[in-house]
Design a protein around this ligand. Sequence first.
Ligand code: ASP
Length: 356
Amino acid sequence: MLKQTKLLFFIFSIFLINIFAEEQMYGTNPNLPTIVIITTGGTIAEKTDPKTNASIPAKGTDFVKSVPKLLDIANVKVIEFANIDSSQMTPQIWSKLSKTVDNALKDRKIMGAIITHGTDTMAEGSYFLDLTLKTDKPVVFTGAMRNASSPFSDGPFNLLNAVYQVISKDAKNFGVTVTLNSYINSSRDVVKKNTTNPQTFTSGEKGYLGYIFEGNVYRINDRLYIQKFPIPKKLPKIYIFQDFAGAGPEIIRYMADIGADAIVIESLGAGNVNAAVFEGIEYALKKGIIIINTSVVAHGFVFPIYGDKGGGETLKKAGVIFSRFLRADKARLLAMLAIPYVNGDLSKLQEVFDLP
Ligand code: ASP
């Protein structure tokens, strides 16, 4: 019975995602490059409902038509993949999106892809695709902080810039980027920093990859580290625990008891937890659960420095993996792909997480 319910749910979720998979071609100028825009939803695809004043999904392709200049610079194929708020995204949906992008880019005429996506989980989604895409064509995530009904809507501007980036010769080998408000961010380093302001995405101490102005891409940095993994049949179950002053071991124990394959710990400072949390970690480690240590602090590396109970050095000795640079949300995604890949070899797993 349980199996049947699971199967039905699986078929239903495939249907939910596929239901939107419409394709449409805009522009057929043989002298222009062709790109693909894959829409997934988010504020860029929303309008304000005059009755409720709430932001609601508009037709996915409407905003493409709202940028007429777009067809002066490229022919555009639009694939409507989904139309959801990005808070509803999951690694399973991103797995499917990744395959859709690779498939679309097999077409030799298509120079690159733009993925329109809600900004709330764009940093995660873009990184998941960065880790899993096989293509080496440019792939740009963009979105908007103000919907299409706003007089200050930023969607059309962002979309146009994303097209300029995809067709530019100055924006090669960036991996998957998050491009909003003229700034090009590496999906690996990008963080959403403001809840409502259009200048929300930054790359912290790593710096932006580039800046787009009046159709030109100004390259600022090169993308140094790109890792690739196959998408496993089943993604491991990974939870995140955030340490805080006075935290106890019970939540980590609970995560261990409900079948976590791994737990990412957002520890304090350079990678330390308090003694009670350390007891929870020891409990999980004894059950064979992989523990990955990162930090609540926004910038800097995580190092094993302190030798007290729960200090970084103690965690290291206990067998905890250190996510040197990636913070919890992205460390979790990397672990989802890397754990099946290393197949039990924890020193290999540590190497995956050693990258700056
Ligand atoms: N809640 C929206 C989303 O992430 C926010 C946005 O797109 O800016 O889908």
